[in-house]
Write a protein of this length. Structure first.
Length: 564
């Protein structure tokens, strides 16, 4: 697709961008635009996070602002430095940079703790000794008000004493929590005296054992935005009902007219894809996949290993846009985005997945010549390459049929095809395995005057096949990936049912594949179009003498055809 056509397909300005434009026109926040991307370091990022990354960093970049990377590290039980490192790698791979603005919620533990004590001192927070199930039951329902805790009216002195003793480690986990005193009759359940601190006696990856109480997300998030001077706090729609609480905490904290503004947008959902980080972790832990970077996973590192490019993911995010309506996007659109990108980037090469030997009987034995092939017809700057041609070549088994069906234009007894970039050959015979009946060899003759590019090369045939020289072919393993789930909406099913929708055919490993010799020098994550077969990426598992390819996507673009 040309750049002009890409420009035509760009979506209109989103409602979020319009908010930013309007705020700039009104001179809010002294004309500053400052966003943040706040991941929890409890797993690897997936393509849903890519949508948020593109928005947070993209809006800041477009309007001359800044975007912070802030890790929401408020639960030491689930966090790991491995996840922090992977998150930073993924953001940079997508093409974004937080520069020197790398922050952690743990940077503010001291400030948050003092703010909590201030709320207690103002009679706006209290210690509750009840277990979690009782507190939950007392919150009532959306149509019935909650019941006040019997500890709601403790004295300020007692609450301060208990909170400090909680942090000293005097009480067991789960025995006490700190709750904000808001409104137990509010129609918004999140405003019914929410928990803002709980006891966790686990070492933190940055603060060690300095703390025994940790803030809840709703308490830490907005205050961290405020401490950092964030102007636009962009969140997914599930946080819309949290916004009144976000604003309530800011109201208690702020000392001037500045306040961050929370704006919500729809999450990225994909057909045949699971986005729950917890369930993805279960798949990893249970060995259902080979790890977080398994190419079947929707994680950014999995997509990278499969052969996706950052440009294709950013393009996909542009195509789906940002709205207030929850929807499930067709995975075909994501596949269209990577095809569209690789069509321009990926050089064309020959690879044969299920080799069948063809012996050209009238070609001189021992002779080797080179044929010249264009690397990418979409990009002339990629030039051309020479590929060796010899008496014995390998084609796909499916490209020969003993008894051809109607309109079959590949190789069959008496039929002619062109070997791409080389000669026209005619099938004169074949050999079968006496035991299995499988075709083992095909015997052909060639017309030396039909070499591509030659003076007499204009002879027309209906079939053109890819091939590799048997003498020069390089061994390869090819992994054919399909969708991890065979249900269109595995996330929408019963909680424990998602495993039953795992696609048993999501990975097929082919050994004995052959590729043209230049690919022996390919490096991990190099991308190619295997002509007539699809787009493939070199896997990390490749070793000298055995190159491993992952199929990124097939050539068939269903979405593109449907939406022309």
């Amino acid at each position: 697709m040309t750049e002009e056509k890409r420009e035509e397909l760009k979506p209109s300005v989103s409602f979020i961008e319009q908010f930013i434009i309007d705020d700039l026109k009104e001179g809010k926040n002294q004309g500053r635009i400052h966003t943040r991307f706040p991941p929890e370091p409890n797993g690897y990022l997936h393509i849903g996070h890519a949508k948020a990354i593109c928005l947070d960093f993209g809006m800041a970049k477009k309007y001359g602002g800044k975007c912070n990377l802030r890790f929401d590290d408020t639960n030491p039980v689930k966090e790991d430095v491995e996840y922090i490192d992977s998150i930073k790698e993924d953001i940079q791979w997508l093409g974004f940079d937080w520069e020197e603005r790398e922050f952690y919620a743990s940077d503010y533990f001291g400030k948050l703790y003092e703010f909590a004590k201030e709320l207690i001192g103002r009679g706006l927070a209290y210690i509750d000794d009840q277990p979690a199930d009782i507190i939950s039951a007392q919150k009532g329902t959306p149509t019935a008000p909650g019941t006040e805790s019997p500890y709601r009216n403790r004295t300020i002195e007692e609450n301060l004493d208990l909170f400090e003793r909680m942090n000293k480690g005097e009480f067991d986990e789960g025995s006490r929590v700190l709750r904000a005193k808001v409104d137990m009759t509010s129609p918004n359940m999140h405003m019914r005296d929410p928990i803002i601190y709980r006891i966790i006696k686990s070492a933190h990856h940055r603060t060690g054992s300095a703390w025994n109480v940790y803030p809840m997300y709703d308490f830490a998030h907005g205050q961290s935005d405020y401490f950092e001077g964030i102007t636009h706090s962009l969140c997914t729609l599930e946080f819309e009902v949290h916004r009144p609480l976000y604003d309530w905490f800011i109201d208690q904290l702020k000392s001037d007219d500045y306040r961050p503004r929370q704006i919500e947008f729809n999450r990225l959902n994909l057909t045949y894809t699971m986005m729950s980080k917890r369930k993805l972790l279960e798949l990893v832990q249970e060995g259902k996949v080979r790890g977080w970077d398994d190419p079947r996973m929707p994680t950014i590192c999995g997509l990278r290993r499969r052969g996706y490019t950052p440009e294709s993911i950013r393009r996909f995010v542009d195509l789906i846009g940002y709205t207030k309506v929850e929807a499930i996007n067709d995975v075909l659109l994501l596949e269209h985005a990577i095809r569209d990108d690789l069509n321009i980037r990926a050089p064309r090469v020959f690879g044969v997945l299920n080799p069948l030997k063809v012996i050209i009987t009238n070609y001189p034995e021992g002779k080797v010549e080179e044929v010249t092939l264009i690397n990418n017809p979409e990009d002339e700057s990629q030039g051309s390459r020479n590929v060796p041609f010899s008496r014995e070549v390998l084609i796909e088994h499916d490209d020969f049929m003993e008894k051809p069906a109607n309109k079959y234009f590949r190789l069959a007894p008496g039929m002619e095809v062109r070997l791409k970039g080389a000669y026209i050959i005619k099938c004169e015979g074949f050999k079968k395995n006496e035991t299995t009946g499988d075709i083992e060899e095909v015997y052909c003759s060639y017309d030396p005057d039909t070499k591509s590019g030659g003076e007499a090369s204009n002879k027309k045939v209906k079939g053109t096949l890819h091939w590799v020289s048997a003498l020069h072919a390089v061994d390869a393993e090819v992994r054919l990936y399909d969708r991890l789930f065979d249900h269109e909406d595995p996330s929408g099913q019963k909680e424990d049912d998602y495993r039953s929708f795992l696609n048993p055919g999501s990975l097929k490993v082919l050994t004995g594949c052959k590729v043209e010799p230049a690919l022996a020098q390919a490096k991990p994550l190099d991308k190619f179009q295997f002509q007539r077969l699809g787009y493939f990426c070199v896997d990390y598992d490749s070793v000298p003498g055995k190159i491993v390819f992952n199929r990124t996507v097939s050539l068939k673009d269903t979405w593109g055809k449907m939406n022309k």
